[in-house]
Design a protein around this ligand. Structure first.
Ligand SMILES: Nc1ncnc2c1ncn2[C@@H]1O[C@H](COP(=O)(O)OP(=O)(O)OP(=O)(O)O)[C@@H](O)[C@H]1O
Length: 250
């Protein structure tokens, strides 16, 4: 029996009474990476916000780490180990890398900090640098590193590739998979680079106009990409050529 960390049951959610996600049922187990894919405006961020209680569902329910997710209790959820890395990375230009680490974990824990820095060694020499002076890739490493410091059980990552070169994303994604497998963390990965996401995920879903239009093992979807293309755009194909420039080995 898999250890289910996140369970969405028929969730409908949106803004001002207008649904942006409809009837979404999804579960994520410990050690599993689930890619949440879909075109712009499909409802991916909205779904993530319901998972961490930042948005109350209009219908349905969300359970994380065995507890019902309620919008007024997001701080408890964070303390329990449900962490969202938002697409704006949630970092502050005027603070240093080290200050971000101290904010993320007030109690100094050298072992955990070393664990994080071993995953993102590029951050080691940058501890005293202000975040506004870091590259986009370094800022993303910091955003994820900060979340890892808190020893998440469930990690939700919104478009980590935003503004990053595909090469940098390609270098960072395998680390996410290793984290899931080594530490038994459940990961939901919202990602525009479809094939990169499929190459690290165990399972993927595609949202379109708020509905889940496809779900499957990432490996199967990589082998039959027309299914994913159709879930995005009907018979057409990916809208953005950049998303096709993906590594041959996948
Ligand atoms: N705060 C808001 N108020 C009203 N409507 C919103 C709000 N945030 C998002 N929406 C709408 O909800 C729908 C889903 O948006 P959402 O951001 O969840 O999509 P997404 O799949 O994450 O898109 P993208 O890939 O472009 O980030 C869109 O139509 C969007 O315009």
């Amino acid at each position: 029996m898999p250890d289910v960390l996140l369970d969405l049951d028929a969730v409908t959610a949106g803004y001002n009474g207008v649904a942006a996600v409809r009837d979404l049922t999804l579960s994520v187990s410990a050690g599993e990476v689930v890619a949440m894919l879909g075109p712009n405006g499909a409802g991916k961020t909205t779904a993530l916000l319901t998972m961490v209680g930042l948005l109350e569902p209009m219908a349905g329910s969300v359970t994380a780490l065995g507890r019902p997710v309620r919008s007024r209790h997001t701080d408890k959820l964070v303390r329990a180990g449900v962490l969202l890395v938002p697409d704006d990375r949630g970092v502050f230009a005027d603070l240093t890398v080290g200050e971000h680490f101290r904010m993320a974990r007030a109690k100094a824990d050298k072992v955990r900090l070393d664990f994080v820095l071993d995953r993102f060694p590029a951050l080691r020499p940058l501890r005293d640098r202000r975040v506004g002076l870091l590259s986009g890739g370094e800022q993303q490493m910091l955003a994820i590193g900060k979340a890892l410091l808190a020893e998440p059980k469930l990690l939700l990552i919104d478009e980590m590739s935003l503004g990053l070169a595909p090469k940098i994303v390609q270098e960072m994604l395998p680390g996410i998979r290793r984290l899931a497998k080594d530490e038994n963390v459940g990961v939901v990965l919202v990602e525009q680079h479809v094939e990169l996401a499929l190459s690290v995920a165990d399972r993927a879903i595609v949202l379109n106009h708020g509905r889940m239009v496809l779900e499957g093992a990432a490996r199967d979807l990589l082998a039959d990409r027309t299914k994913v293309q159709q879930a995005y755009f009907g018979a057409g194909g990916y809208a953005d050529e950049e998303h096709e420039a993906l590594p041959a080995e996948v």
